[in-house]
Design a protein around this ligand. Sequence first.
Ligand SMILES: [Zn+2]
Length: 268
Amino acid sequence: MSFLRAQCDFGPRNPGSPGHRQCREYLVAQLKKHAEFVTTQQFIFSYDSPPKSETGYNIIGRFQVAKKNRVLLCAHWDTRPWADEDPDPAHHRTPVPGANDGASGVAVLLHMAELVAATPPTVGVDIVFFDAEDAGTHQENRTWALGSAAFAREFAYAFSPRYAILIDMIGDAQLNIYQDGYSVQYSRALVNKLWDKATELGINEFIPEVGYIVYDDHVPLLQAGIQSVDIIDFDYKYWHTLADTPDKCSAASLEKVGRVVTAVIYEE
Ligand SMILES: [Zn+2]
């Protein structure tokens, strides 16, 4: 939860903003404390409306680089430039605070970076924070998940993980994690492994039914041939509003998701 708050303290982290630059430096510094190797991948992307070019930065931390057998853990760190679901139309061009939508997944992975460094699992781990996930136009899939698309183009083959686990919007104090349709369709065995583990651990917030079909950072990874699951709670009242603040999130929710992912990767 302190990792979630630390990100929100920088303000909105939409690409090009001061909070984005400060948070990037913070995430690189955090990963450097624990990872064997840290790098950023820069890419240029454009917003549709208004048309504008911006630089995106994926932030990559690698653990036990010599290991061939690897898993990829990922989350998006950027926040949406527009609160276009806010009940007040006056806020529709204002950037969101992104406590749940942005900071929550990254917070869990920052803690996992500590765990993986302190007690290495049998598999090698790569942690990637994707940029430019959330600057898209609704109904236009190609405008979303641009960081993961850039990562998949440049690194899918070099990293060749056995699979990828994406976590997104998992901090909601009212946690309900249904399965995502793309994940079930293209990576059913991994979905079952995660939801079965949650059941075994008594974490009933993982509900073994498809809830939504979510175009998220896992889709470009799936398209690059990587088995990938999106763990996402899409029932979030404050999604893309100015009310997506830390008080809507809970440490207990972050912990539940962290426990499931940790249990799965430490059993590989
Ligand atoms: Zn979003």
